[in-house]
Every structure is written in C-alpha cells, then in structure tokens.
Design a protein around this ligand. Structure first.
Ligand code: MLC
Ligand code: AMP
Length: 514
C-alpha cells in the first residue's frame, strides 16, 4: 500500500528526538501503529512500541537520577532494544557511547576509563567482567539480544518518562571512538545538530520516504549502521528489517521485500559470489548504497550485470557523518564517491595548503554543520584535527573531476580498512611487539577479495627462536578484537627501512601483494 510521506507538514525538526517524538505526537493515530522494525525472528515493533520502550528505559534513567550530559556506555548485541536504548538516551539528554562487543578487556578498560559513564549496559555474560573493570561502579544493567535483562526488568517497574528533554543543537548526543594513527583511540563528540542535519540531508539526497523498507544488515555500534542507516529510516518514518548477523543467505531471503539496502563492499561482494543474486530478487529494490570502504569498480559492474542496479557509493567518517554521495537521479560513477552533499564544503589541498587543481590528488578537508565538535577530553588532538579556517583534516587523499565528483585516491593516515572495520597498524604492532619472542613487527594491509583489505603482520623474531603463525594470531586475539588479528604472518630477518630508519611499508606491501 502506498502511503506517502508520513510527515506531510513543513515543520522542521532540529534534533532526532524532536523529529521522532514531537512529530509522533502530531501524527494521525494510525501512523503511530506503522511498523518500524521487523527482526529476522519475526518480532515486530511499531513507532508506538518504540515510543513506549524508550519511555520505559528513560524512566530507569530518571530513577537513577542521571543528569543531561551523563554518558551511557553500551556493550550490547544488535537488537531492536539496543536501538531503543540509544533513542532513550537521546530522549533523556544523555550521551550514548556505543562499544563493539568484539572488544577485549584492555580495549574496554581504556574506553570505559576515558568516557567515565554513569551507566553501563552490557550483555548478561559480560556483567561480572564489566563490574570488575569498573571498580568505581557506575550503574550496570544488562540487555541481551532477546531484549531481556535487568534493564528491561527495571523499565517494567519504573514510571515511564514520556517527555523529551530539550537539548541544544551543539550538545553532544554520542561519543564514538575512532582510533588514532598514534596513541590512543579518541572519542568523537557528535552533536544533536550533527545528527539531525546529516539525517535530513541524506533523507533528501537518497529520496527516503515512509514507503521505504530498509534492509538493515550492519552492526549498531558504528556510525554506518546506527546513524546513517537507522536515522534515514527514523527521520522519514520508514520501516527496517533488522538482521542480527551479516548472513548472506538471510540478506538474499529478505531482499524481495526491501526497497533500500546499505552495506560495506564485503556485503556486495558476498552477494555476487553467492550466485543467487538475480533481477527478480531485487524487484522491489530502488537503491543499494555502499560505504565505509572503497567499492571496487569490478564489484560495481558485476552487481549491475546481475541486478540491473548501479550501487550508490558515498563517503563519510565517524567525525563528519556523510560528506559526499553519488546521486539518486543522475550518473553514479564507479570508483568515485560522488560530489559533495548539499551544505557540506569539501576542499582538496596540496601539502602547502594551496588548492589542488582538477584531477590532482591532495588532502581532503571538510567543513559544515555535519562536522563533530571535537574529541572528548582531548583539546590538543581536536585542534590538530582542524585547519585555522575550520576545516576538518580527514587524512584521506582525494581528487575531484570537472563535475565535482570525488575519487578517494588513498590515505595519508596509516590505516587498514577490512570489511568496513578500521584497523590501526600501530595498535596491532604494539600488541605483537609485546610477545617476548618478537623483536619488532610491521603491520600492513593486503588486498583481499572478500574483506577488501586484510591484516598481514611482518615479524622479526629473536635469533634462534621459533613462534608459530597460529600462536602469534592467538596472542593478538586475546588482547584485541579478533577482526584486528592478522589473517597472515610473514617472518623475516629484518624490516626494510629508509635512510631515516622508518619502515618502508610500501616495499613490504609490494613484495607481499605479489
Ligand atoms: C569479522 N571478522 C573480520 C571482520 N569481520 N575480520 C576482518 N575484517 C572484518 N571486517 C572476523 C571475526 O573477528 C571472526 O573471527 C570471523 O571474522 C568471523 O566473524 P563473523 O562475525 O562471521 O564476520 P563476517 O561475516 O566475516 O563479517 C564481515 C562483515 C562485518 C563485513 C559483514 O565485518 C561487518 O559487519 N562489517 C561492517 C563494519 C561497519 O559497520 N563499519 C562501519 C564503520 S563506520 P574469529 O577469529 O572470532 O572467528 C565508518 C564510517 C562510514 O566507516 O563511512 O561508514
Ligand atoms: P571511520 O573512522 O570508521 O569513520 O572510517 C572513516 C574512513 O573510512 C574514511 O576516512 C575513509 O578512509 C574510509 N571510507 C569511508 N567511506 C569510504 C568510501 N566510500 N571509499 C573509500 N574510503 C571510505
């Protein structure tokens, strides 16, 4: 049934919560009962259900006397309830801090120590280790993938908080951790204004309406799955099919009912490899969107050949939300991330900060209301990240053609993107160098047909010592999230260095790619 825009009035919301809850108040009653989420276990949640569940969680926050600006860290599996938890934080003016359940003890210790949450929500199986990690005990509640846990129990007896706390657009809505090339990860403070502005821009650019069904296949602990995907649906009143695991068979199963999908290039490569991707299966689809990592032109072409759809590639970052996008109506060019989105200033400069010419590669910088307000508790890192005239320095290398289409040509930052996850070589090197048998290591990304890039460790062992590849990988997986572990290890006598003593990673990449 075609139902047209769910928000027919011209009223403009300044925050996600204003959009969601204030507009919900103004809707016709039947709109409240529209579906918001269907899961892959066929549980269903309406916009009304979301309103009630978030009011329940916010009631718990009120009972705990949480104050606006307090942080709530979430180490939870993907579920409808984990989205409601995030929305409840927005509703109550709390700062949401999503954490990946793949993180290990040391990683969590750092994030929790840095964010200093007043409340931590974790899975039941992690409850006691979380309490051990947090000696100064903020409140700890549990939320499992089933939606059950002590948070739901507390919500069932709390007085629901049915209001919406007023926030300013430059108040921080979320802190999302992103690793640095050196030193510790940094918490990017993303404001309510950043979120609302980017959501509105994307809904318009990608023509989202309440008629859409988004096939949601991404984790909710990073900006792609949480902000880009969910916000487009929430802002436009659309429906989402939530897949809790990134399972290709399930994606294929649910494709026929969906109209939009967002994924990382690995999702699209796997769909092509399945051999079951057909035009018929995509009969209801209007848009496939890819981001977080470079989409290979070959994947773009193979996908178009099988489905008739040109994947729309866009480019963004945790700190900035989405910056550029190929268009919905208009040419989508493989190997490019499209022109800048409306209202977002993108410039490419040479190392001396003068503008790069058309087609010339330079440093990509971004300015606009989408750009975060700074790194949590790290004012020096914040000022290093911006130019004097307020552009954010992305660390990406790019060029722009005469039609303003941008091509990401590389990265100035030493970063590996594996299946859409960012892995900082330095962090993995420090971990490997901590193994007593190792003298030193260099971690590089190598091309990979499934993950785009994978982690390879080049390792120098102490003389006369042996260490197996499996033992080394096992050590890394104990210390770091397992997606950061090398998929291959190469033992060498010494690392190639330049005259300054710096490891020549490009030489290693060339040698090992071959
Ligand atoms: C999982 N594994 C990975 C991996 N994902 N290894 C390398 N790279 C990855 N991306 C490892 C697991 O640790 C596990 O190891 C094993 O592979 C199997 O795990 P799985 O859960 O079955 O994973 P898989 O099906 O391979 O997942 C692949 C994937 C997933 C691509 C679907 O990684 C994913 O959802 N990626 C999306 C990440 C994302 O949302 N990025 C957006 C960041 S925001 P073991 O040893 O435990 O067996 C951003 C900004 C922007 O970048 O522009 O969007
Ligand atoms: P994150 O720090 O997790 O937000 O990752 C942001 C980084 O992902 C960017 O700085 C880019 O290097 C990369 N990225 C995101 N989208 C694309 C894309 N479409 N093509 C190439 N790189 C991308």
């Amino acid at each position: 049934m075609a139902c047209g825009p769910i928000f027919p009035d011209a009223w403009r919301a300044n925050t996600m919560t204003e959009n969601l809850f204030a507009r919900l108040e103004r809707r016709f009653p039947e709109d409240r009962y529209r579906l918001l989420i269907q899961t892959d276990t066929e549980a269903q949640y309406t916009y009304e259900g979301m309103d009630q569940e978030t009011a329940g969680y916010a009631g718990v926050f009120a009972r705990l006397n949480l104050e606006p600006g307090d942080r709530v860290a979430a180490l939870v599996d993907k579920s409808a309830q984990s989205l409601f938890l995030y929305l409840a934080c927005l509703r109550f003016g709390l700062i949401y801090v999503p954490l990946n359940t793949a993180y290990r003890r040391k990683e969590l210790e750092y994030f929790l120590g840095d964010a200093e949450p007043a409340l931590v929500i974790g899975r039941s199986q992690d409850e006691s280790s979380l309490r051990n990690l947090l000696p100064s005990a903020p409140h700890v509640y549990t939320l499992d993938s089933s939606g059950k846990g002590t948070l739901a129990e507390a919500a069932s007896t709390a007085l629901p908080f049915t209001g919406v706390r007023a926030v300013r657009s430059d108040d921080t809505a979320a802190i999302v951790y992103t690793s640095g090339t050196t030193g510790q990860p940094k918490g990017a403070m993303i404001t309510h204004g950043n979120l609302a502005g980017n959501a509105e821009t994307l809904v318009t650019a990608w023509s989202f309406t309440a008629d859409d069904t988004l096939l949601h296949v991404l984790p909710l602990c990073h900006v792609h799955g949480l902000f880009v995907a969910c916000h487009c649906a929430l802002w436009s009143g659309a429906r989402m099919r939530f897949l809790t695991e990134p399972d290709t068979a399930k994606i294929l199963y649910y494709l026929p009912e969906a109209s939009v999908m967002m994924g990382v290039p690995t999702h699209y490569a796997r769909l092509i490899d399945s051999g079951q991707l057909t035009r018929d299966r995509c009969g209801n689809m209007r848009l496939f969107i890819s981001g977080s990592a470079p989409l290979q032109p070959q994947t773009f072409q193979d996908f178009e050949q099988r489905t008739g759809h040109k994947i729309l590639e866009r480019y963004g970052m945790t700190e900035t939300g989405m910056n550029t996008s190929n268009p919905v109506p208009g040419p989508r060019l493989p190997g490019t991330v499209g022109p800048p989105l409306p209202g977002i200033e993108v410039r490419i400069v040479k190392p001396d900060e003068t503008p790069a010419r058309t087609g010339e590669t330079g440093n990509l910088q971004i300015r606009g209301s989408n750009v975060f307000k700074g790194y949590w508790h790290k004012p020096e890192k914040t000022s290093e990240a911006f130019t004097d005239d307020g552009y954010f320095i992305t660390g990406d290398l790019a060029s722009q053609d005469e039609n303003r289409y941008i091509r990401i040509d590389g990265r100035r930052k030493d970063l590996i993107i594996s299946g859409g996850y960012n892995i900082y070589p330095k962090e993995v090197e420090l971990c490997i160098d901590g193994i007593p048998e190792v003298i030193e290591s260099a971690v590089i990304g190598l091309p990979h047909p499934d993950y785009g890039e994978t982690v390879c460790a080049v390792v120098v062992l102490r003389s006369g010592i042996t260490l197996s590849e499996a033992a080394l990988i096992h050590h890394v997986k104990k210390e770091l999230a397992s997606f950061k572990a090398p998929k291959s290890v190469c033992f060498v006598d010494e690392l190639p260095r330049n005259a300054m003593g710096k490891v020549r990673k490009n030489v290693l990449r060339e040698r090992l790619s071959a």
